[in-house]
Design a protein around this ligand. Sequence first.
Ligand code: ZN
Length: 206
Amino acid sequence: MNIESIIVGPIQVNCFIITCPVSNQSAIVDPGDDAENILKTIRSKSLDLKYILLTHGHFDHIGAVSEVKSATGAEIFMHKADTFLVQGAALQAQAFGLPAPDTFVIDSFIDDGDNISVGEFNASVLTTPGHSPGGVCFKFENDIFAGDTLFYGGIGRTDLPGGDYRQLIASIKNKLFVLPDSMRVFCGHGPSTTIRREKKYNPFIQ
Ligand SMILES: [Zn+2]
């Protein structure tokens, strides 16, 4: 499995492209902005983009969804509970003084335990509410794409609409910290980490 990361937009979201090298099928996690750059990467490697996987509905994670969808036809997956955030994305962006993302429709709502296959690889969905009500993580083998649930030495903010601090801590403890220590964690912002490192050093969850 190949993982490519592209930092997109003014809030520097980590967008990931996950590819099965055998079939060239791929999935993109959180195309937050910079559609042109994302599409350039997809075209230059002739990737067969099957899915747009959204960890949550915040405007900074969805800005390029519409354009990537139109260019590739990839299916958009998100948890239903974040629909209100996608619908309100223009207002969220405005509050940060940023342009509104183009609108789009979610193709399929995903929930805990759902499986998504990308070529020879399989992703499972873990619901991890707290940063937003419909926050999810996508687990591929020994890698997890955690959106804004867990960061290197940090956790997602819970002061935005639908955020819940206790729920976020419970999600991290009960859904992420039970995973193998060696699991790599690819975060929505900042550097990647491991479950081991965050269990040991994350100051928010001791
Ligand atoms: Zn967020």
